[in-house]
Design a protein. Structure first.
Ligand code: FES
Length: 362
């Protein structure tokens, strides 16, 4: 039915009748979730998970397509007249609707909006689900999931998938939180543990000690507590950079790196070396503004410092919201250290530092 509406709105007759605006513009105004060409969703419900984390149940329009458990979705919301895009994991599905779980953090504009001011019926825009943090086709190996803080969100999706499939193999969840009240989905995971003898939750508190929990940061002792043989298990890790680095090092030193799947929540901060150690001039062609980027400053930061307002989202090179056309010049990707070519191409300006004078279509 909605595809028919789409076709009708795009018909020449509809475009003539609604001139000077597109027919879709009127529908977007009258029915914000359905109108337009984007994947939109209304907030159907919000469930408080902890003092600082909330799950939002999203009711998307007909343009939404199914996701694979473990994937994330680009999520755009207008706050005080400005659009912000972030990527959030789809932590589950409730009555056919995708759910994202968002933990508030200081200075997090979208995460604080979700936890403090969201209203039922608010409209958000979604991108297509993406990400490779998904279960392998071969599920014969034991699974070890390691999560820190809100890194539990994709882990929950994967564990729920295994439980729904009736998976009988060994599943261990090593979950790091400052203290147990901050553990998202704790009740849900304990319930799974109580009903599925093959699933074991190992809660680790990183601040102080709690009865019945392990304590401290990732260590060999915690791995031993799970009883997992990392040369046999498929391991997944998601969480803050410190946890991921510790796990990566451990698996790498053990020669088992290929058995590890990881998902970062924070950008890796790489030491960036700018040729000559000097800032480079950036010409923002559409705005007729030229500004010199201080050494090691991204093009996005430089644009904002010059008073421009490019679209931004994750600011970590994940969501591609900030993508701009580079017309000339060479940039370095701060995540990988890779140099671009010196011709025209699309770049994510939030993770690009100029190494020669550059011209950006902005
Ligand atoms: S803001 Fe997300 S990739 Fe740049």
């Amino acid at each position: 039915m909605l595809n028919l509406i789409d076709r009708a709105l795009k018909s020449p007759l509809a475009q003539v009748l609604t001139w000077p605006h597109r027919a879709e513009t009127y529908l977007e105004f009258l029915a914000p979730r359905v109108g337009g060409t984007a994947i939109k969703a209304s907030i159907k419900a919000a469930h408080q998970e902890t003092d600082r984390a909330v799950s939002l149940v999203l009711e998307p329009n007909h343009r939404w397509s199914a996701h694979v458990p473990g994937q994330y979705v680009p999520f755009t919301v207008a706050i005080n007249g400005r659009r912000y895009t972030r990527c959030f994991t789809i932590s589950g599905v409730e009555a056919g609707c995708p759910v994202v779980t968002i933990q508030a953090h200081d200075g997090g504009i979208v995460s604080r909006w979700a936890n403090e001011t969201v209203w039922s019926g608010d409209i958000v825009e979604l991108g297509a689900p993406a990400g490779d943090f998904v279960l392998p086709a071969d599920r014969s190996a034991p699974f070890l999931f390691i999560a820190g803080g809100s890194g539990i969100t994709p882990v929950r999706a994967l564990v729920d998938q295994l439980v729904a499939e009736g998976h009988a193999g060994k599943v261990d969840i090593l979950y790091y939180v400052p203290s147990s009240p901050e553990a998202i989905f704790l009740g849900h995971l304990k319930q799974i543990e109580a009903t599925c003898p093959n699933v074991k939750l190992h809660l680790v508190v990183t601040r102080g000690k709690e009865t019945g929990s392990l304590s401290g940061h990732f260590s060999e002792a915690h791995l031993k507590a799970t009883g997992c043989d990392i040369s046999a298990a498929r391991a997944f890790v998601c969480g803050p950079t410190g946890l991921i680095s510790a796990v990566e090092n451990h698996w790498s030193n053990a020669g088992q790196y290929e058995r590890l799947t990881l998902e970062r929540f924070q950008a890796v901060t790489l030491p960036v070396v700018v040729d000559g150690g000097e800032g480079q001039p950036i010409r923002f062609a559409d705005s007729a503004v030229t500004s010199t980027a201080p050494a090691n400053r991204t093009i996005l930061d430089t644009a904002e410092a010059a008073g421009l307002t490019p679209n931004t989202g994750c600011r970590q090179g994940i969501c591609r919201t900030c993508t701009c056309r580079k017309l000339a010049g060479q940039v370095r990707d701060i995540r990988t250290g890779e140099l671009s070519g010196d011709g025209e191409e699309d770049i994510a300006i939030c993770v690009s530092v100029p190494v020669t004078p550059v011209t950006i279509e902005l």
